[in-house]
Design a protein around this ligand. Structure first.
Ligand code: GDP
Length: 367
């Protein structure tokens, strides 16, 4: 039978097939005397945490362990994809532990957004989702905005305990932790890797100054994130890189907007009104009549309506429709992972379409 290797750093089973998954090491690493996985290698030599994917089962193990431990939990969400990046089960594992909620990528929101109002909104949404964070912080891990302040709050709230950092993939967890490492530890060689007894998950422990640790768990995949339905090139198009410029559309009943070929929005009834779109500036928005929309999509998805690209059209999931009646002023219609449309006045009937498997929802307006 095939020989099994374990990483000296974290104890994970080493595999050489999938660079994105847990325990990856290049085949050449198996010839070395001490075998370590790529994640530990990067940590050891570059002081950098790297994100790996984790199955739902593995993530459950981490959550269970976290619930049994006396610790501070730091949960990171992507503020641009708040609902899509939420860890739905987390509140069931929190136990008596305190939670600090971090909304990352605040640099993507229009400058006009009031941070206090957004923090209030996040607290409200978190509560609806079953979580009561002690504090909410808005940061840009990439730009280093508010990271120092958040690190200080973490240090105060943890009250001498360990810190678990959790978040689904792509929220910017690695970027955030790498910033914190620089803030907290400054220099090399202070980072150790470890693993939970009884599991083989590579949990990374960053020692804090009092024998306690900041524990980085691998990111969980949220299967309904739009990111999993597009290829790497298209992910670059739908992921905003800088401040989103809201696009305002005056629509009549019976008009439709296409967001590339990834999503569709029908305005069904409610009189002429404006819709404010918050999506990546690089995503093409196409307006048409609803009566022609399905035919247009059939004909032009993959060419005029991209992403997806022409080579992807064959395997791309069908768009599924969900209708919403907007009953309250200032409501967002959310296309998970792609952005949202804000409706200012109540009384509109609309339909939102996304690839089968992706989520649409309405919420109290974020902005
Ligand atoms: P992880 O999977 O949660 O560890 O996420 P990464 O740290 O690898 O980041 C995922 C993506 O989000 C990368 O493309 C980062 O460049 C980007 N990112 C991370 N932090 C920020 C941020 O504060 N602002 C913006 N605009 N992008 C960010």
């Amino acid at each position: 039978s095939e020989q099994q290797y374990l990483c000296m750093g974290c104890g994970v089973k080493v595999q050489t097939e999938n660079p994105e998954d847990l325990g990856y090491a290049p085949a050449s690493a198996l010839e070395k005397e001490t075998i370590i996985c790529q994640r530990c290698f990067r940590l050891k030599h570059y002081n950098e945490v790297q994100d790996v994917n984790l199955t739902d089962d593995d993530f459950l193990k981490i959550l269970n362990e976290m619930g049994r431990t006396d610790a501070l939990i730091v949960m990171i969400v992507d503020i641009f994809d708040f609902n899509g990046s939420w860890l739905p089960g987390l509140h069931r594992f929190v136990g008596h532990n305190k939670v600090l909620l971090v909304g990352n990528k605040v640099d993507l929101l229009p400058k006009s957004v009031k941070h206090n109002k957004l923090i209030h909104w996040m607290k409200h949404e978190a509560k609806e989702l079953g979580l009561r964070p002690e504090e909410v912080f808005l940061v840009s891990a990439a730009k280093g905005v508010n990271v120092k302040e958040t690190a200080a709050a973490i240090d105060e709230l943890r009250n001498g305990k360990d810190v678990y950092v959790v978040g689904c993939t792509n929220v910017g967890k690695s970027t955030f932790i790498n910033r914190i490492i620089k803030e907290v530890t400054g220099e090399a060689d202070v980072i150790t890797t470890s693993h939970f007894p009884g599991t083989t998950l590579d949990i990374i422990k960053i020692p804090l100054d009092d024998e306690k640790s900041l524990i980085d768990s691998p990111g969980i995949i949220n299967h309904h994130q739009m990111a999993h339905f597009v290829d790497k090139k298209d992910l670059k198009i739908i992921t905003p890189k800088k401040e989103i410029k809201p696009m305002v559309f005056q629509l009549n009943e019976g008009q439709t907007l296409f967001f590339g070929g990834l999503a569709r929005f029908d305005y069904i009834s409610g009189g002429r009104r404006s819709f404010v779109c918050y999506v990546s500036n690089e995503l093409n928005i196409h307006r048409t009549k609803t009566e022609n929309a399905s035919e247009l999509y059939e004909k032009h998805v993959g060419e005029m309506l991209t992403p997806p690209g022409s080579e992807q059209v064959e395997t791309f999931p069908e768009l599924v429709k969900q209708e919403f009646i907007i009953k309250e002023a200032k409501t967002d219609i959310v296309f998970s992972g792609l952005g949202w449309i804000t409706v200012n006045e109540p009384g509109a009937k609309v339909a939102a379409y996304v690839p089968k498997g992706v989520q649409t929802l309405i919420r109290k307006s974020l902005i």
